[in-house]
Design a protein. Structure first.
Lengths: 137, 137
DNA sequence: GTTAATTTGCAACTCCGTTGCATTTATTAT
DNA sequence: ATAATAAATGCAACGGAGTTGCAAATTAAC
């Protein structure tokens, strides 16, 4: 499984350090998006700045993407393999108002928007809020 | 015109203090959304906490709504008259990557999203990024 | 006018994100 | 293999946004 992790890092041209392997492993195990503060908590021995820079590196190289759910700190989730984060590849995100977890809805692409004349579109971000299947019971 | 402002405040059951009139006046003059830090800058004599609480009061009473454009501080814009901020009344927002201004696209409703079974939807937020008509020339 | 309730101003504080810099670790050249 | 170079990490500190407690001032109610 460490091979799988290193493979993932290599495929995005990120040098596989111990720290990076740890962070990626943790993110692969989680179903929901994770924030820097959460990461700090879960890898308590690790330094905040290092984790911060790790996330930034991952994001720059499109291994992960950031999600602004308007609810506390910025969250991060894994990109799909080979995703280049082009507008047509983007999906919507779901933020549960009960458990506060944020999920990628990879099956639901971001909506197509026709802007008024003279506007130039580069990206669309959609966050849906509500109660997730786990919390709705 | 002060009458118009007080009328707007009254219609949302907000007591018209001098501070609130000033903030509302400023927001009515602006075409783009405004953040707390910007408000502080433009009403330099006013206190941050007061402006903060003014915005919170306005928001609670649906005179304004907040916009999380993922680009710096939270921004606020006027609601349409009689808007109750129900999901079906919501519009999308546009954030210009050049001038950094954020606009309400009141004519473009938020997209309809069908969530997977078991999910309960309460709101949809869509932010479009790109270059606005002013900056595109 | 006096009392009660609301609003404002000031100070302080927390949290998140970010940076500078020294130290350590990895890579490359000799 | 060793020295020189580059990259990553750890520690400390900082700044901005958002928020709160509390006292003073303003407004509303009696």
């Amino acid at each position: 499984m460490n091979e799988q992790i290193d493979e993932k890092l290599n495929s995005r041209e990120i040098k596989p350090t111990a720290m990076r392997e740890l962070v990626l492993k943790l993110m692969m195990e989680k179903l929901s998006a994770i924030s820097l503060p959460e990461l700090e908590e879960q890898l308590s021995y690790a330094d905040k700045a290092t984790l911060y820079r790790t996330l930034k590196t991952f994001e720059k190289n499109k291994l992960i993407h950031s999600i602004n759910d308007g609810n506390g700190p910025l969250k991060y989730a894994l990109c799909m393999d080979d995703c280049e984060c082009e507008p047509e590849e983007l999906h919507i995100h779901f933020s549960c108002t009960v458990c506060n977890k944020t999920y990628c809805l990879n099956e639901i692409p971001v909506p197509k928007i026709s802007l008024p004349k003279g506007f130039n579109l580069t990206s669309v971000e959609t966050v849906v809020k509500g109660v997730c299947a786990n919390c709705i019971s």
